[in-house]
Design a protein around this ligand. Structure first.
Ligand code: GLU
Length: 418
């Protein structure tokens, strides 16, 4: 399938191949799990505010549904393509299995720069995209959620479009919704909170104290900003953060509460907050710090810059931030990696809580969400660490092998249809 052949898809498949080889995975399953179960490409005509019709391309890929409905976010970004969406869908399959959620993996996306659209254009694009992928989604089939470039409002429009089509309200068709229509407390911050929970476990394992911990974060969107806030609340010193335009640095630790308000007020410019000296994204990745959190896009840590990393822990908030070549370099340097499918699984874990609450029509307290999230993430971390230690595998390979093994077992138990 040459349409899939993009750098991000090649990375996901290369990781899978490496894990499959190490675990001696059944060759029949290996062929099947390399490819998505279903891929849908849609054209999305949108009436723009000036009267023109612009046509966007959208995708929904379901990688695997052997363990339950497929689950995964929707990305709005100009570089979205079928290969990237398929790679992200595959990572969702392993992520859900690793966290023991009864889900398969999926992902969606539209090649669009959402910030260039008016609110009306964004709503029309979202509703038409939802209508085009409607046959594939549903609370028992495939459940979208936010990802890069989408948020609770976009989920509300998808939920409404779906509900209008079927004729009644279906909150469980998406997660990451506003609270008013069946969203969950703690969902927005969940990925960041999860990054912090597993980092606390890694610090404990390495005998490091959170109060002497410095943190650098690449990306200041949903994941990066909540990670910064919660790290700060836990007593770590967040010394640098960045967004697409570059970052800011303060060796004594940034004033994160002030940064969060000033960032909003300044029209989302980090340097305009004047809370630190400016630095580039590349400089941020090479900072001397305890914890480096890539929380932006994929393939940021490559063979070009991996040798210059100076962190003790690499906590991957983003999906696929480290290439395979970089993985080897990072491992040789003795950096402790908390791989993406483990580190950023807090988002889909609280999505699962939201879906369960919607199904039960019974909603939990914020403390219940936090306690259960911490519980699931801590045990996934400990299981992965134990697996890595006993099998002499890297944390990346341990997490992939555990996830793949559960999916393989589901396939073997169900058998091949027909
Ligand atoms: N987009 C998030 C991820 O990459 C969350 C997915 C979800 O909640 O379904 O894990």
């Amino acid at each position: 399938m040459h349409e899939l052949d993009t750098p991000t898809f090649r990375l996901a498949v290369a990781q899978f191949d490496q894990a499959a080889e190490a675990m001696d995975l059944d060759p029949n399953l290996r062929e099947r799990l390399k490819l998505p179960q279903r891929s849908l490409v849609v054209s999305i005509p949108v009436r723009m505010d000036d009267g023109r019709v612009e046509v966007f391309t959208g995708y929904r890929v379901q990688h695997d549904s052997s363990r339950g409905p497929s689950k995964g976010g929707i990305r709005y970004h100009p570089d979205v393509n079928l290969g990237e969406v398929a790679a992200l869908a595959m990572w969702m399959t392993w992520k859900c299995a690793l966290a023991d959620l009864p889900y398969g993996g999926a992902k969606g996306g539209v090649a669009v720069a959402p910030k260039r659209l008016s609110r009306g254009e964004l709503q029309r694009l979202t509703r038409r995209y939802a209508a085009e992928i409607l046959p594939l989604i549903g609370p028992e089939k495939d459940v979208p959620a936010p990802d890069v470039g989408t948020d609770a409002q976009v989920m509300a429009w998808i939920m409404d479009t779906y509900s209008q089509q079927v004729g009644y309200s279906v909150p469980g068709v998406v997660t990451g919704k506003p609270l008013s229509i069946g969203g969950s407390l703690g969902r927005e911050e969940a990925t960041g909170r999860g990054v912090v929970y597993v980092t606390l476990e890694a610090l404990k394992y390495l005998n490091l104290d959170i109060r002497n911990t410095t943190v650098a974060i690449q990306g200041f969107g949903n994941v990066g900003s909540h990670t910064a806030r919660i790290m700060h609340e836990c007593g770590a010193r967040v010394v640098a953060v960045s967004d697409v335009a570059g970052g800011i640095y303060h060796p004594k630790g940034l004033d994160i509460p002030a940064l969060l308000t000033r960032y909003k007020d300044s029209g989302k410019s980090l340097s305009a907050t004047k809370l630190g000296e400016t630095l580039s994204n590349d400089e941020l990745l090479q900072l001397d710090c305890t914890v480096l959190v890539p929380a932006a896009l994929s393939e940021q840590i490559t063979e070009r810059n991996a040798g210059r990393l100076r962190c003790r822990i690499l906590a991957e908030g983003a999906n696929g931030p480290t290439t395979l070549e970089a993985d080897r370099i990072v491992e040789d340097k003795g950096i402790f990696v908390i791989p993406d499918i483990l580190a950023n699984s807090g988002g889909v874990i609280v999505s699962y809580f939201e879906w369960v609450q919607d199904a039960q029509r019974f909603f939990w307290k914020a403390t219940d969400i936090q306690d259960r999230l911490r519980d699931l993430m801590t045990s996934a971390f400990q299981r992965t660490l134990q697996f890595a230690t006993t099998k002499h595998a890297s944390m990346r390979m341990a997490s992939l092998m555990s996830g793949i093994d559960k999916v393989a077992q589901a396939h073997l138990d169900r058998g091949l249809y027909p």
